[in-house]
Ligand binder design. Structure first.
Ligand SMILES: Cc1cc2nc3c(=O)[nH]c(=O)nc-3n(C[C@H](O)[C@H](O)[C@H](O)COP(=O)(O)OP(=O)(O)OC[C@H]3O[C@@H](n4cnc5c(N)ncnc54)[C@H](O)[C@@H]3O)c2cc1C
Length: 471
């Protein structure tokens, strides 16, 4: 379901245009590539500053990785999504858009599947009851979480891998039982090179999203995350911007080292400035003909993992846990997320929603299997985890894949992050691989999108600083 005001390129038949600039004004025109939360937030800030803006989105809908599909007439994320209570940039945005009442906060249960058993891991007391570890190691695990949250200076952590840091904080046995399977399950071949900074952030964020009793609280947007993306898109359009879905940027028009426009299959859109919000490999393809090899190589130096989510609609609940870490790298998924232990099943006509999530390299079997093969492959593992589960509970199954879903954050990552200002004048890059020391997430997409939108808007408002106009 697309916002009515968002234009689909199928209907536009455009060949060459400048978005909304044809009103006789010589307003600067910016093309934003990508209508995920970064692109939409940037476009909103630009439009608010009177800058003419066109957002190009390859998909049929806005929302990017937080995009949705329909279950029983209700929108549901293709990839599980929640916010933490301390996601301040989301909180600011919903307040400014007047939709704060659509955010719901709910307690959630966390668990861990280890050695064929599901353990509750929602509170400090659960940690003390975690029998796979000796009592002294349970204490170490609890202290580790507290010490991680107490770290203020993240720079020294850049020296360490996650493994080095976690072993130092909690000991080898805690690492072997709790963290190693998670690192391997999530990062596979990259597990041993993941930076301590990445892991520190995860512990800090998740640990900070708790109520006074230590129980986890998470937030959700009624109607799905894409409903918020739609709301943002509506605002962009109301302020005179344009959003064109099903219109992929296929190239850049650059002359004399200055960006002049964006090419698409249905024509070129002229621009005074271009902001790319796609993943780095996609941006590298776009910019390659116009920059030197070293720059392109620096963009390609950051690896990404893909993700597969198998989404099951069940006729009953699987367990009472929302988020179950699977601490067994032999399983084809690293998390079982029962979304309807967070947002009630009644939202989806009584259906219970389960995500089985796996991050993996793009050439992994699971990423290249057909949807039916993914289902057949995963179900026996689910039966092993939940012996009472039966395949007949599945009312529908969906498989979603994202090629560029998780940048690989290695040691000294700060030195690898490409600059926002690219070697091409007027061409800017704001993408989730630049989110650091935090990890990618809609909260940071909103923060970064708004920040660059404000900066670019102010730059283009200054008469002397206006980027060269396309001829
Ligand atoms: C499995 C999974 C679970 C997640 N869970 C959470 C969560 O619980 N909470 C949370 O906050 N975040 C979560 N995230 C992360 C969150 O979805 C992203 O960080 C955020 O959506 C990134 O937004 P973005 O706009 O930077 O990028 P994207 O959402 O990737 O947007 C980029 C857009 O560019 C478009 N595009 C690409 N190439 C072109 C082209 N050539 N022309 C035009 N358009 C193009 C894409 O279609 C896409 O819409 C999760 C991500 C994954 C993969």
């Amino acid at each position: 379901m697309t916002t009515p005001t968002v234009r689909s390129a199928d209907a536009s038949g455009a060949t060459s245009d400048r978005g909304h600039v044809g009103d006789g004004e010589s307003r600067a025109h910016v093309v934003v590539i990508g209508a995920g939360f970064t692109g939409l937030s940037a476009a909103w800030e630009l439009a608010r500053r009177g800058v003419s803006v066109t957002v190009l989105e390859a998909d049929p809908e806005v929302g990017g990785l937080a995009g949705t599909f329909e279950v029983q007439g209700e929108r549901l994320e293709k990839f599980y999504h929640h916010w933490f209570t301390n996601d301040e940039h989301v909180n600011d945005l919903v307040a400014e858009l007047g939709v704060a009442d659509r955010v719901v906060y709910r307690p959630t249960r966390t668990g861990m599947y280890f050695a064929n058993t599901v353990f509750r891991m929602s509170s400090p007391v659960d940690v003390l009851r975690f029998t796979p570890l000796r009592f002294v190691d349970r204490l170490r695990l609890g202290i580790l979480a507290l010490r991680a949250r107490g770290v203020k200076e993240w720079k020294p952590l850049e020296e360490l891998t996650a493994e080095e840091w976690l072993v130092r904080l909690g000991g080898r046995e805690v690492f072997r039982v709790v963290w190693e399977p998670l690192l391997h399950g999530k990062f596979g071949p990259f597990a041993s090179s993941i930076s301590a900074v990445w892991f520190w952030n995860k512990l800090k964020l998740r640990g900070g999203s708790r109520d006074k009793t230590g129980a986890e609280m998470l937030a959700y947007y009624r109607g799905g995350f894409a409903a918020l993306a739609d709301r943002l898109a509506e605002e962009v359009v109301r302020l005179g911007g344009e959003i064109q879905t099903r219109r992929r940027a296929t190239g850049l028009r650059v002359r004399d080292g200055v960006v002049r426009g964006v090419e698409t299959a249905t024509g070129t859109i002229e621009a005074d400035a271009v902001l790319a919000t796609t993943s780095l490999p996609i941006f590298a393809d776009l910019v390659q003909p116009h920059t030197d090899e070293r720059y392109v190589a620096s963009l390609r130096a950051i690896d990404y993992l893909a993700n597969v989510c198998l989404v099951l609609e069940l006729d009953r609940s699987l367990s009472s846990t929302y988020w179950l870490n699977v601490n067994d790298p032999g399983f084809p998924f690293v998390g079982v997320i029962e979304h309807t232990n967070f947002e009630p099943a009644s939202t989806y006509g009584g259906r219970h929603i389960i995500y089985l999530s796996k991050y993996l390299p793009e050439d992994a079997d699971l990423f290249t299997m057909s949807d039916d093969e993914v289902l057949d492959y995963c179900v026996p593992y689910l039966e092993r985890m939940f012996p009472e589960f039966h395949r007949s509970w599945i009312l529908a199954a969906h498989v979603w894949r994202a090629r560029f879903s998780q940048p690989i954050v290695t040691r000294h990552y700060s030195a690898m992050i490409p600059a926002e200002q690219t070697p091409v004048e007027g061409l800017y890059l704001t993408t989730m691989a630049q989110v650091y020391p935090e990890d990618r997430g809609t909260n940071y997409a909103i923060r970064e999108g708004r920040r660059v939108g404000v900066q670019l808007g102010e730059l283009l408002q200054r008469p002397s600083a206006t980027a060269p106009t396309a001829d």
